[in-house]
Design a protein around this ligand. Structure first.
Ligand code: NAD
Length: 313
């Protein structure tokens, strides 16, 4: 596995109080001057490393973005409405944060000539025609969130092609790990763990045959660090594990790893749910040297043990 480090830099992590962003900050803060821009809409101040400088503000506001970007030469853009459900409920509000917010950031980065690594998503593929999903898969998002992430993904490439900015888009699959909020389908692991640990039945939507590629947050952090140092800019990469598990098997695994007492029950399927998702990560392997290192069973066991530091990138 390729090892890359980022040190001696002034780095901005947007959404640095959130699930993925706060782990990125932890990985960078020792060797870099790290700034966090977050509006704390879903992020938590307690998750931000005390050595990072916090700017509380909105990614949609150009003046706030300019302040956060001052003298910064590397940005990890994680700030977003990360909830598909919220994007369906209020697509205009979600677009403003996810698409316009990202564009506001890229525009400021263009002036500062700062490298930007953006959080894209598997949601851009919608229902893939082929499994595993390569980066060449047609993009047919099934939610406003997916359309917004597709815009971000394209803007990142375009800012490279048009303006020569160093950008990389990372298409995360289903990320899990410590500090993940129990909010949306992407956090089905958090939902299952909470149910199992409180003695409730684990509720599987539909028959549970849907498959997902769950990638541990420490591997996502490593992919970001590799993207920060690669010379393969203007590119987009899948960030998953290349393995998948069905939701039913995940529920059984969670039940086994907890006390095995929880029943697995079924509720109505979610309308429009994606049937299958598994990343082909050969491009990230080949061009970034990315190699996922945390298997699902180990990642789940560490979560159950409350071992937040078990997989430091
Ligand atoms: P999160 O909700 O934990 O983090 C998002 C952060 O952005 C939060 O701290 C929130 O307060 C902040 N934020 C939201 N709106 C903002 C605004 N207008 N201005 C400033 N800050 C704002 O979500 P996460 O799971 O850590 O996701 C991080 C990124 O990864 C997002 O871009 C998300 O779309 C993407 N992603 C996540 C997953 C996943 O499985 N978690 C999968 C694919 C893509």
């Amino acid at each position: 596995m390729a090892s890359a480090t980022v040190d001696g830099r002034r780095v901005l992590v947007t959404g640095g109080a959130g699930f993925i962003g706060s782990h990125l900050v932890d990985a960078l803060v020792e060797d870099n001057e790290v700034r966090v821009l977050d509006d704390f809409s879903t992020g938590r101040r307690a998750h931000v490393h005390p050595d990072a400088t916090v700017i509380e503000g909105d990614i949609r506001d150009p003046a706030t973005v300019a302040e956060a970007m001052a003298d910064v030469d590397l940005v990890f853009h994680e700030a977003a409405n990360a909830s598909v459900t919220r994007s369906v409920d209020d697509p205009v509000a979600s677009h403003r944060v996810n698409a316009t917010g990202a564009l506001t950031l890229l525009e400021r980065a263009r002036r500062a000539d700062a490298r930007v690594v953006v959080a894209s998503s598997t949601a851009i593929y919608g229902n893939p025609t082929t499994i595993p999903v390569t980066e060449e898969e047609p993009t047919t998002p099934t939610s406003p969130y997916g359309v917004e992430k597709l815009a971000v993904d394209h803007y990142a490439r375009l800012y490279h092609d048009l303006y020569g900015l160093d950008t990389v888009a990372l298409r995360y699959f289903n990320v899990y790990g410590p500090r993940q909020a129990c909010a949306d389908y992407s956090s089905v692991i958090t939902v299952f763990l909470e149910q199992a640990c409180s003695g409730q039945p684990i509720t599987v939507e539909g028959d549970g045959s849907q498959i997902r590629d769950f990638v541990h947050v420490s591997d996502v952090v490593r992919a970001n660090v590799l993207a920060a140092t690669t010379d393969r800019v203007g590119e987009a990469y899948n960030v998953g594990t290349g393995r998948s598990v069905s939701i039913l098997d995940l529920a059984r695994l969670v039940a086994d790893l907890t006390d095995g007492e929880s029943d697995v029950t079924h509720v109505d399927p979610r309308p429009g749910d994606i049937e299958a998702s598994r990343a082909d990560i050969s491009k990230a392997r080949r061009e970034l040297g990315y190699e996922p290192s945390v298997g699902l069973q180990d990642g789940l066991a560490a979560l159950i043990d409350g071992d937040a530091d078990g997989f430091r990138p």
